[in-house]
Write a new protein. Structure first.
Length: 333
């Protein structure tokens, strides 16, 4: 959870981009700096790695909460004779508005027919502290999960209302020991342990269209597919889902609301849990708010957001819930 919510504080905005908008109003640097106070909470057997959760106790609520105050933001450099090229670093305000949380560095190009092509790297999205063996009965030890992700976006393809978002990432775990010592005290054989290896190649795809309801309301329905090709067959999965986002402008008040659902199915039975094949249903709700011109300062916005994620599995061990709420100020330059 930590890597997700640290990213979300980076910046926030809910103004949708028009289909034929330039990449920037002018050549040169622009960006945002945001300072947000946030409070988050997570219940998970996998991602809560505080000392108090070193020993797994079945049935106990492994809940972790924290308060965060983080100054973060993003910066862009726009260039080209028609302001059609851009280098960017940070967190996209349109991504944040729908609860997609990623620090990016990349290049964007706008073609004459309206297509916006973007290529970026996401150096921190797969970084986290996790358990070496989350199923261990004895005191669990932590290790680092890391990896690099690469993203390709085609927005407003040929000037249309359709967009595609594709990404590839590789997850590497420093010291993967899943299945070394199980919660019931039993021992897996070598073949069974290999089935739990979480190192993986990850593919993500999202197909989106824009539905302009009125000048004040835009809808973005999306279809989502992800594949996790893990070294362990019990950790290999495919997920299908849908998302609906709405951008609403009411005077000087701007809102973004997003709801999404994913159904994830795994390739083989999990040897820790009587060879039951894992299936997860994941729900997400996210709302963001922006009030530009706060305190009569044109570049200053009051921003707020709240999000909730719930993943319910047919194997209770994998159930998780998390939520966050935040309030802050955003300075645009």
């Amino acid at each position: 959870m930590k890597r997700i919510w640290i990213a979300v504080i980076a910046a926030i905005g809910v103004c949708p981009l028009l289909v034929n908008a330039k990449l920037g109003e002018r050549n040169g640097f622009s960006g945002e700096i945001a300072i947000n106070a946030a409070y988050s909470s997570s219940t998970s057997n996998l991602t809560n790695t505080d000392d108090e959760f070193k020993v797994y106790r079945q049935g106990e609520d492994q809940q972790s909460s924290s308060a965060l105050v983080l100054p973060l933001g993003n910066v862009q450099y726009t260039f080209g004779s028609t302001s059609n090229q851009q280098l960017f670093l940070g967190t996209s305000r349109t991504d944040i508005a729908v609860g997609t949380l990623a620090l990016e560095a990349g290049y964007k190009y706008r073609f004459e027919h309206g297509t916006k092509l973007s290529f970026s790297i996401l150096p921190t999205i797969l970084e986290a502290e996790i358990w070496q063996d989350p199923y261990s009965l004895s005191a669990r030890e932590t290790t680092n999960e890391k990896g690099m992700a690469y993203r390709l976006q085609l927005n407003n393809i040929a000037g249309s209302l359709f967009s595609v978002d594709l990404a590839y990432g590789k997850r590497d775990i420093d010291d993967e020991r899943s299945g070394a010592a199980l919660v019931d005290g039993s021992i897996l054989n070598e073949q069974q342990s290999r089935m739990l290896d979480r190192n993986a190649d990850i593919l993500y795809s999202k197909f989106k269209m824009m539905l302009p309801i009125s000048r004040q309301v835009l809808l973005y329905p999306s279809l989502i597919y992800t594949k996790q090709d893990a070294k362990g067959s019990a950790m290999t999965s495919n997920a299908y889902g849908a998302e609906i986002s709405s951008f609403v402008s009411a005077g000087n008040h701007q809102f973004a609301l997003t709801f999404s659902y994913l159904n994830r199915k795994y390739a083989e039975g999990n040897p820790v849990f009587d060879n039951v094949t894992q299936q997860d249903d994941t729900w997400k709700a996210f709302i963001a708010y922006e009030y530009p011109g706060a305190f009569s300062v044109e570049q200053l916005s009051l921003v707020s957001f709240a999000g909730y994620n719930s993943s319910q599995s047919n194997i209770e061990f994998y159930n998780s819930n998390s939520w966050i709420t935040a309030l802050g100020l955003n300075w645009t330059f």
